[in-house]
Design a protein around this ligand. Structure first.
Ligand SMILES: [Mg+2]
Length: 153
């Protein structure tokens, strides 16, 4: 089977393709506020999240990865479905994990650099967290989505 993946796009969720600011999940620097996250992670609140303009770019990639430093639950998957957010792979924080966002994501995304079927593909990642951008740029380019979301909006 010839199934060549030419380009891969990796999208953070909160502050990148999803506006969940009403839940105040993020600290000022864009890192996840785990304490606040737990209190505001109800199905009702998740359903009130909105899409950001950059979410329209998802369909342009051959292979799409969602990579979030939050833990995911069924209500999040329902939100993806309701809003037509489709990914080939969804990566989230394992339960009980407290690593820094950038370190966690770099480790979880390493397979895109190592695995044969992804090695040759062009890769770009979007993340509003400066610490993630700095850390994960060791793997591939990471773009700050803030400007893009303002320009397209
Ligand atoms: Mg974010």
């Amino acid at each position: 089977m010839t199934n060549t993946i030419k380009n891969i796009a990796i999208f953070d969720l909160d502050g990148t393709i999803i506006d969940s600011s009403h839940r105040q999940l993020a600290n000022a620097d864009g890192s996840i506020n785990l304490e606040h996250w737990f209190a505001n992670n109800t199905s009702e609140k998740i359903a009130k999240d909105k899409l950001l303009p950059l979410s329209k770019a998802i369909k342009n990639a051959d292979y799409v990865v969602f990579c979030t430093s939050r833990q995911l639950q069924n209500a999040d998957l329902d939100f993806f479905k309701t809003n037509g957010l489709l990914a080939n792979k969804i990566i989230s924080r394992p339960f009980g994990n407290t690593e820094k966002d950038g370190i966690l994501k770099k480790r979880q995304l390493q397979f895109l650099v190592n695995f044969k079927q992804f090695k040759q593909a062009t890769k770009v990642m979007f993340d509003d967290n400066a610490e993630v951008r700095q850390e994960d740029r060791k793997l591939f380019p990471v773009i700050n989505p803030n400007k893009l979301n303002k320009e397209v909006a």
